[in-house]
Design a protein around this ligand. Structure first.
Ligand SMILES: Cc1cc2nc3c(=O)[nH]c(=O)nc-3n(C[C@H](O)[C@H](O)[C@H](O)COP(=O)(O)OP(=O)(O)OC[C@H]3O[C@@H](n4cnc5c(N)ncnc54)[C@H](O)[C@@H]3O)c2cc1C
Ligand SMILES: *[C@@H]1O[C@H](CO)[C@@H](O)[C@H](O)[C@H]1NC(C)=O
Ligand SMILES: *[C@@H]1O[C@H](CO)[C@@H](O)[C@H](O)[C@H]1NC(C)=O
Ligand SMILES: *[C@@H]1O[C@H](CO)[C@@H](O)[C@H](O)[C@H]1NC(C)=O
Ligand SMILES: *[C@@H]1O[C@H](CO)[C@@H](O)[C@H](O)[C@H]1NC(C)=O
Ligand SMILES: *[C@@H]1O[C@H](CO)[C@@H](O)[C@H](O)[C@H]1NC(C)=O
Ligand SMILES: *[C@@H]1O[C@H](CO)[C@@H](O)[C@H](O)[C@H]1NC(C)=O
Ligand SMILES: *[C@@H]1O[C@H](CO)[C@@H](O)[C@H](O)[C@H]1NC(C)=O
Ligand SMILES: *[C@@H]1O[C@H](CO)[C@@H](O)[C@H](O)[C@H]1NC(C)=O
Length: 508
């Protein structure tokens, strides 16, 4: 008996090794080999008796210089490596249609993004747990932040530029190489920003990844500082394990749909719909059914994964045309932005919550109840006014700064269209007046910073005039409606969508 039991086990594990290439049958099928998909492929296939298929529409790009060369604004944007999504006309922003980039290759959006390595804060994560996810907390996530990270310390001559970090919250042996950029020394402009920022009563933050990101900081990026290349998710998680016999990546392979019990939706033991596998189109053009023995995992990104709802953040044109990023970020709290008006502003937002909740619920066609929206908005308002977390962010560029509302209240929705590659993205930018108010305050503070004499001196004669919006379009004493119409004409997305989705479905 014992003997045959052992034989049976070993036959099973042989089958698991052999199956990926032959039978199109896998324990786990991961749809979307992007940022998250590569991590899942690595972790699940670490157990050699589990077979894993990774299905990715695009190619591998390990040697593509457009991906490799560290860059804050991608040479990949608008190429075959970008899904080229666009929004539907933005009714709160003069019907503008905005570009939404998303990576289409192994590594996904991590191969085309800005590489900025910044974590959420203790209180933001805490608010997720308060909304019904008790297993999520800063303390429960920190071990994974550390496990994934390989922090590379700045070396001479750049170490003198004062990059600082709190060793206890970082990892030093994980797969994701993190380090500071080459232009680390922020020079006269950086020094002037630092002193001006602090003279306005705002703080310097020696490490923005400790769970408190408030203040001005030199931020790290996802980069291999020895090879001087982008450290995307494919490089971190897929490249080192691509030879595993129990992991099969289908690249250039588009998933068409998840097969729910042979095409008919079927309700399993807990009323869950059960996925049997995925229909894909192979590079040859041939259709193929991949059968799952355990689970189908959808990780096709927020815009392509069904059930998504989320808050978009938006940014505005730089004050000047030059994009020469400096590795400084500054974040501010509501207290920083509103000063003496904080209490009045807070009282008004709490008062507006019921009507905001109604607007959001109606915009979702009732998919999210007014009551649920009220809970979400209340959690947000408490973060702003009780926890005093940062709500707006700048990245400082030479001659200017980008700025965005990090926790907008306007809420996006996504619907499918007849063309799966063109989901109907509706970020609803400027849907709720709160976001516009925060953006106005971010601009007012930025004007104070950039007009400080030391900053003006550092910028030099070419940058002493604000190019956009300019004081003639939006004067120093401009009203909120004047700012609003400028925002409507100039806003751009920052592409940091987050969403939720029904992702699970096992076959047992
Ligand atoms: C321009 C830009 C700049 C950004 N900058 C930063 C930054 O500096 N720092 C930061 O932390 N975040 C940044 N972000 C956000 C961050 O990059 C994304 O939130 C994150 O990469 C999303 O990961 P994901 O796994 O959810 O999706 P993705 O990485 O997009 O993965 C989805 C994958 O699914 C594939 N796929 C989709 N449909 C199918 C299908 N039908 N069949 C097969 N495969 C499919 C896609 O090709 C893709 O590879 C930026 C985003 C953008 C767009
Ligand atoms: C995938 O497509 C790219 C072109 O985008 C091509 O260079 C590559 O050879 C293809 N790879 C596979 C495995 O089909
Ligand atoms: C990159 O290209 C070189 C040859 O140009 C090749 O030797 C190497 O294996 C490639 N690396 C990857 C990860 O594909
Ligand atoms: C994105 O647009 C560019 C320019 O039109 C095009 O070359 C590229 O193929 C598009 N990407 C995809 C995935 O279709
Ligand atoms: C240091 O910074 C300079 C530019 O200021 C850059 O050229 C150089 O490569 C950097 N060196 C290191 C070791 O990061
Ligand atoms: C900014 O100022 C703080 C002290 O006020 C200092 O510790 C920090 O090193 C400065 N940062 C830079 C980049 O100069
Ligand atoms: C974050 O740090 C800043 C600056 O040190 C401090 O003023 C603020 O109270 C901290 N916020 C939280 C939520 O701990
Ligand atoms: C300033 O502008 C002039 C004219 O456009 C240009 O020639 C010069 O290079 C600029 N200087 C700097 C430091 O950008
Ligand atoms: C709104 O868009 C129209 C059409 O593109 C344009 O003519 C108009 O100037 C825009 N209005 C503002 C305030 O930007």
């Amino acid at each position: 008996m014992t003997f045959s039991w052992i034989l049976y086990l070993s036959a099973l594990s042989t089958a698991a090794y052999a199956s990926p290439l032959n039978s199109f049958e896998y324990d786990y099928i991961i749809v979307g080999g992007g940022t998250a998909g590569c991590v899942l492929a690595n972790r699940l296939s670490a157990n050699p008796s589990i077979s894993v298929a990774l299905v990715e529409a695009g190619p591998t790009v390990f040697n593509d210089s457009r991906v490799l060369i560290p860059s804050p604004a991608g040479p990949t944007w608008g190429t075959e490596l970008d899904w080229n999504y666009t929004t539907i006309p933005q009714i709160y922003a003069n019907n503008s249609i905005l570009q939404y980039h998303a990576g289409r290759d192994v590594g996904g959006t991590s191969t085309i993004n800005g590489m900025v390595y910044l974590r959420p804060t203790v209180d933001e994560v805490g608010s997720w747990s308060a909304l019904g996810n008790p297993e999520l907390s800063w303390d429960s996530l920190l071990p994974y932040f550390k496990k994934s990270e390989h922090l590379q310390l700045p070396t001479a001559p750049n170490a003198s530029a004062k990059a600082s970090y709190e060793a206890s919250v970082h990892g030093f042996v994980g797969p994701v190489k993190v380090g500071w950029g080459n232009d680390l020394n922020p020079g006269e402009y950086g020094q002037a920003l630092n002193t001006t920022w602090q003279s306005l009563g705002f703080s310097w933050n020696r490490d923005p990844n400790t769970g408190n990101n408030t203040g001005l900081a030199l931020f790290p990026i996802e980069k291999d500082t020895v090879l001087q290349i982008r450290q995307d998710s494919a490089r971190s998680y897929y490249l080192p394990v691509m030879g595993r016999p129990n992991l099969h990546a289908f690249t250039n392979t588009t998933a068409l749909n998840v097969n729910l019990d042979g095409g008919k939706s079927h309700h399993g033991p807990q009323g869950l719909v059960v996925a049997k596998g995925v229909n894909v189109v192979l590079p040859s053009g041939k259709k193929q059914f991949l059968r799952s023995k355990q689970e189908v995992i959808l990780s096709t990104g927020t815009y392509r994964t069904p059930g998504a709802i989320y808050n978009p953040s938006f940014t505005l044109e730089s004050l000047t045309p030059s994009y020469n990023a400096k590795p400084m970020t500054g974040t501010l709290t509501a207290a920083d932005l509103f000063g003496d008006e904080l209490d009045t502003v807070a009282a008004q937002l709490y008062k507006d919550i019921p009507s905001y909740a109604r607007t959001l619920s109606e915009a979702s066609n009732g998919a999210i109840s007014i009551q649920a929206q009220e809970q979400i908005l209340l959690a947000r308002a408490n973060l702003f006014f009780k926890k005093n977390i940062a709500i707006g962010q700048y990245t400082f560029q030479i001659y200017g700064g980008n700025r965005w509302v990090t926790l907008p209240l306007s809420t996006e929705n996504v619907h499918s269209s007849s063309d799966p590659a063109k989901p109907l993205l509706n970020p609803n930018f400027m849907q709720l007046p709160w976001d516009t108010l925060v953006m106005q305050r971010l601009f007012l503070v930025l004007r104070r910073i950039l007009s400080a004499p030391s900053v003006q001196h550092a910028l030099g004669p070419n940058a002493t005039t604000e190019l956009s919006p300019g004081y003639s379009l939006v004067p120093a004493d401009a009203s909120l409606p004047q700012w609003t119409s400028f925002f409507q004409s100039a806003l751009a997305p920052t592409w940091h969508a987050v969403g939720s989705a029904v992702v699970y479905v096992g076959s047992r």
